[in-house]
Design a binder for this molecule. Structure first.
Ligand SMILES: [Zn+2]
Length: 309
């Protein structure tokens, strides 16, 4: 039996795994229409080599981008995705969750890891947009609360990376109550003077991301990242040209910067260095250079003795 489990099983799995197939695919940039080899695009952190358009990045690659190699670990989220309302449309919600977990390789649409960013401890929570469109439900709320609690426990800053197409309708009211819960968890970090940095990555179409961007101390945005109300089809492909068509109420990173909702637009490939610099400033508010005491010279008042004309 061992050859069945050791050889046939893994080989079959390799054949049917969508990841392996993607490795050999060409990807068309939705912005400029140029094609790139999947592997080359992935090596460039999914930034189009022709026009610098930032395609959506998985949570796993996001951790590899932002955290020091071999310094980080994911945390297990309490209360994995369930089906509290026994929701069913074309397919049972429970089945959708199982299928998404099998295809994407994540348990939910928010993934949390802790580790080192340029040598300093940090907690990173990233949306996984491929998991049911990164829709925000009860388990995702649980993940963000756990991330905030872990940051408080470790006395570390929290970095939140967006990537959601809306609220998870299948969770009903359980999804809606997450916004104030997450808000409270973030407020506890503010009370302890622990910085919260928001990274606006495309798309951010759920109310929780909107609230995260408002409560974060500093918001860095990727070029072209969009913020706004939910898309009509929350399970649609985020990188298709149709999905990139302008919609009412949606603003991009540049408009968000002009409106004061974003502090700086940063290329994805420079994001780690920018985060390290920002966190460095926030961690040591005292200037590291030599501080000279200020001692003003006594003012000498000279009487005006010139005669009046
Ligand atoms: Zn392009």
């Amino acid at each position: 039996m061992s050859w069945l489990t050791n050889f046939v099983g893994p080989t079959l799995k390799r054949w049917i795994s969508p990841r392996v197939i993607r490795e050999h695919q060409w990807v068309t940039c939705p912005q400029c229409g140029a094609t790139s080899f999947y592997r080359d695009l992935d090596a460039n952190w999914r930034v189009c080599p022709h026009c610098d358009h930032h395609l959506t990045l998985t949570a796993a690659r996001r951790f590899e981008l932002l955290l020091d190699a071999e310094s980080w670990a994911r945390i297990e989220i309490p209360g994995a995705a369930t089906d509290p309302l026994k929701f069913r449309d074309a397919k049972r919600y429970g089945e959708r969750l199982k299928d998404a977990a099998a295809t994407v390789g994540e348990a939910e649409s928010v993934v949390v890891a802790h580790g080192k960013l340029d040598g300093a401890g940090v907690v990173v929570a990233a949306f996984e947009v491929q998991f049911l469109g990164g829709t925000f439900g009860a388990a995702a709320g649980e993940a963000l609360v756990a991330a905030a609690e872990l940051a408080a426990l470790q006395d570390a800053p929290l970095v939140l990376v967006t990537g959601s197409q809306g609220t998870r309708v299948q969770d009903g009211a359980f999804a809606l109550v997450q916004t104030p819960r997450v808000g409270l968890a973030l407020r506890k970090l503010a009370e302890r003077s622990l910085p919260v940095i928001g990274v606006l990555a495309d798309p951010a179409f759920d109310p929780v991301s909107d609230m995260l961007m408002q409560q974060a101390d500093i918001v860095l945005a990727e070029p072209g990242a969009r913020l706004g109300p939910p898309a009509a089809d929350p399970f649609g492909e985020t990188d298709t040209p149709a999905f990139l068509a302008p919609r009412a109420g949606v603003i991009d990173a540049r408009a968000a910067l002009a409106a004061g909702r974003v502090d700086r637009i940063v290329d994805r490939r420079d994001m780690k260095a920018e985060l390290a610099a920002t966190l460095g400033v926030l961690r040591s508010p005292v200037p590291s250079g030599l501080v000279l005491p200020y001692s003003p010279k006594p003012m000498i008042i000279v009487a005006d003795t010139t005669p009046d004309a």
